[in-house]
Design a protein around this ligand. Structure first.
Ligand code: KG4
Ligand code: ZN
Length: 332
């Protein structure tokens, strides 16, 4: 089965074609991140306008790269939420129009579930359940128990900022460009992670929730008392990153032990972070640890949406094209 994935929940206009749930034939991303870098964050109105411009050319490019036409597509999988309403609508209405006009089946996909399926991309070996997954992004941070395909239990989530959002806000404080995660991790390599002992928010004993606002305030207090030399930026970046990574990795491992997971997975933009991967490897014990095969599968992309759509279709069948609606606050 060939699946055309369409993802427009934030600032990436992304289109991919997948053979079944794993084999990526093409994965095209037109990002407006450079424009948002000028304003230090995503401006929803700007993102929607860029989606309108990029949507059709990106679909054409993806099909051309895969040497396919719409006649070769069996299913369209499109992100319906959560995300920015204006951005989501462009992808959804385009997918519905193609589905209706070309009589191709369609299925709506949850963006966070899409991130979960990024660990299936390009993997040939079978993934063994139960899996405990950490999805860590700019807009969400969840700890999920997955007992089978499309069988999810939320173990914990952020009570305030998502971890990626914390990276972005601290980068802004330090005068580094958006998105902040890659910038902070570059600076962190040059700094001392023990220079500042920033607080770790463990919350109640046994809680799998997260909170990063206290850490953000602690860093902000420190930054206001400092002269922001290169050395200070590097040390703050390293110490802040260490505090985030410590909490994420420890909670992931604790959940995996409690639910006797066969595998632990990392997904979402923050899974690009090499220190986080290293930390999980240090503490994972015998459990299989996976993260997306390529960096491009960690951040928003349409291949993960096509994969999630494929596995959902196998369980629920197609959606009614007239029932597919945007849901900016969609939960897993
Ligand atoms: O999954 P994603 O592309 O979009 C959302 O669904 O939010 O994640 C983007 C987030 C941004 O907050 C970005 O700063 C963060 O992922 N990120 C990183 C790294 N690369 C991207 N955070 C930490 N370390 C990185 N290397
Ligand atoms: Zn995302």
């Amino acid at each position: 089965m060939r699946v055309l994935g369409i993802e427009t929940s934030c600032d990436e206009t992304a289109v991919a074609v997948l053979e079944n749930g794993n084999k990526v034939l093409t994965n095209v991303i037109a990002s407006s991140a450079d424009l948002h870098s000028l304003t230090g964050g995503v401006v929803p109105e700007v993102a929607s306008r860029e989606h309108v411009k990029a949507m059709i050319p990106t679909i054409e490019t993806a099909l051309r790269q895969a040497n396919l036409s719409l006649e070769n597509i069996d299913l369209i999988a499109v992100t319906v939420g959560p995300g920015l309403v204006g951005s989501l609508l462009i992808g959804i209405e385009t997918a519905k129009a193609i589905s209706f006009a070309s009589k191709i089946k369609i299925i709506g996909v949850n963006h966070i579930v899409g991130h979960i399926y990024s660990n299936w991309l390009d993997k040939e070996e079978e993934i063994k359940f139960p899996v405990v997954i950490m999805t860590a992004s700019g807009g969400h941070n969840h700890l999920v128990l997955m007992k089978n395909h499309y069988d999810f239990e939320i173990l914990g989530k952020t009570r305030d900022d998502a971890s990626g959002e914390a990276f972005d806000k601290i980068a802004k404080l330090l005068g580094l460009p958006y998105p902040g995660g890659p910038e902070i991790s570059k600076r962190a390599k040059l700094g001392n992670p023990k220079k500042y002992n920033f607080p770790r928010s463990w919350l109640e004993k046994d809680s799998f929730d997260f909170s990063f606002s206290g850490l953000k305030s602690a860093v902000a207090r420190e930054v206001h008392e400092l002269e922001l030399t290169d050395e200070a930026i590097n040390d703050i970046s390293a110490s802040f990153q260490e505090a985030v990574v410590d909490v994420l990795a420890t909670k992931l491992k604790r959940a995996a032990d409690k639910y006797e997971a066969k595998e632990i997975h990392l997904a979402g933009g923050v899974s690009c972070n090499l220190r986080l991967r290293e930390k999980i490897k240090e503490i994972k014990g015998d459990i299989v640890f996976r993260f997306p095969e390529k960096f491009i599968y960690c951040t928003d992309n349409a291949a993960m949406i096509a994969s999630a759509g494929f596995y959902k279709y196998k369980i629920t069948g197609e959606d009614d094209v007239f029932q597919i609606k945007v849901d900016p606050r969609l939960k897993i």
